[in-house]
Design a protein around this ligand. Structure first.
Ligand code: SF4
Length: 80
């Protein structure tokens, strides 16, 4: 499973990185959410591949994001 963040719409509420800190983190420069480096797809901080043990918290984050900009994808990122 893969994940995307529409970073430009992020309001930096912290829900994603507080709930699922292994997968999401706050970018220190622009303060927006990004995928943790270890899970990025092709180095893109807005797209990642979710390891099996983080799927549950990723699903929880999708429901918590107040601006609904986190999406889970079952296909390969970049081929939406
Ligand atoms: S939960 Fe959504 S709005 Fe909040 S920091 Fe994460 S991506 Fe940004």
């Amino acid at each position: 499973m893969n994940v995307t963040i529409d970073r430009m719409e992020c309001v930096s509420c912290g829900a994603c990185w507080n709930t699922c800190p292994a997968l999401f983190e706050q970018n220190p420069c622009d303060s927006l959410s990004q995928i943790a480096e270890a899970f990025r797809f092709s180095g893109d901080r807005a797209e990642g591949v979710i390891p099996e043990d983080l799927v549950l918290c990723a699903r929880e984050v999708v429901n918590l994001c107040p601006v609904a900009i986190i999406a889970l994808l079952y296909d390969e990122p970049g081929k939406m």
